[in-house]
Design a protein around this ligand. Sequence first.
Ligand SMILES: CC(C)(COP(=O)(O)OP(=O)(O)OC[C@H]1O[C@@H](n2cnc3c(N)ncnc32)[C@H](O)[C@@H]1O)[C@@H](O)C(=O)NCCC(=O)NCCS
Ligand SMILES: Nc1ncnc2c1ncn2[C@@H]1O[C@H](COP(=O)(O)OP(=O)(O)OP(=O)(O)O)[C@@H](O)[C@H]1O
Length: 202
Amino acid sequence: MKVIGLTGGIASGKSTVSRYLREKGAAILDADAIAHALAEPGGSLYQAYRRHFGAAVLQADGRLDRAAIGKIVFAQPEERAWIDRSAHPLIQAEIKRQLAEKKRQDVPLIVLDVPLLFESGWDKMTEENCLVDVSEAVQLARLMQRDGYDEQAARARIAAQMPLAEKRRRADRLIDNNGDLPATLRQVDLLWKEWTHDGFSQ
Ligand SMILES: CC(C)(COP(=O)(O)OP(=O)(O)OC[C@H]1O[C@@H](n2cnc3c(N)ncnc32)[C@H](O)[C@@H]1O)[C@@H](O)C(=O)NCCC(=O)NCCS
Ligand SMILES: Nc1ncnc2c1ncn2[C@@H]1O[C@H](COP(=O)(O)OP(=O)(O)OP(=O)(O)O)[C@@H](O)[C@H]1O
């Protein structure tokens, strides 16, 4: 079975596409969900974040206030560099563990849904990499609408990632998500056929 990397800028539509691929039968490894699980009490990221950011990022129930951490790391490049250095090896180890587990199961396709696929170098773990692509104007509008950020906060998050033009250059496949949802899902249907019916590469 094939292992595909699915990426895109923040709010480009990765989760929308990966949800549909999951409905079609793909196994999805979601890096954001893995990062969130590891940041729950007892998880390896929880310990690291708590030690580094201190009591200011703890909620009354002892869980981390991820929004507060986000405010720090997207405003301070050195804090983001710290988080990338510290968190990415822990997240990658968990992705590798889950990937090995999925490979032992009979699934038609494995998808690594990773926002920072190219930035982190994890595109090397896959056979093909697919970018969910939107214009910067569409990205900004969808991000502000979905998360309620003002324009400055939204732009800070977009600026923290590799420019979309560079992601386009590195991707093997593009899904154009500027249009309506049915137009996007039709492209996914075609890719699904190719990824699951063009022979077994492993
Ligand atoms: C900073 C944290 C606590 C903020 O949590 P929050 O729930 O508010 O946001 P969430 O995790 O849903 O991230 C939303 C989006 O922000 C972007 N993003 C997250 N972390 C980063 C980062 N270090 N650099 C650039 N963009 C990032 C991604 O596009 C992601 O999809 C959290 O994102 C985190 O732990 N980040 C470090 C781990 C990481 O790099 N995750 C990205 C996938 S590997
Ligand atoms: N084709 C579309 N038409 C209209 N709205 C869309 C379309 N695709 C996605 N959206 C909306 O845009 C927002 C961002 O989509 P989604 O959450 O799938 O992005 P994402 O890339 O997973 O984001 P993140 O990087 O933050 O995890 C959501 O509110 C989603 O409902």
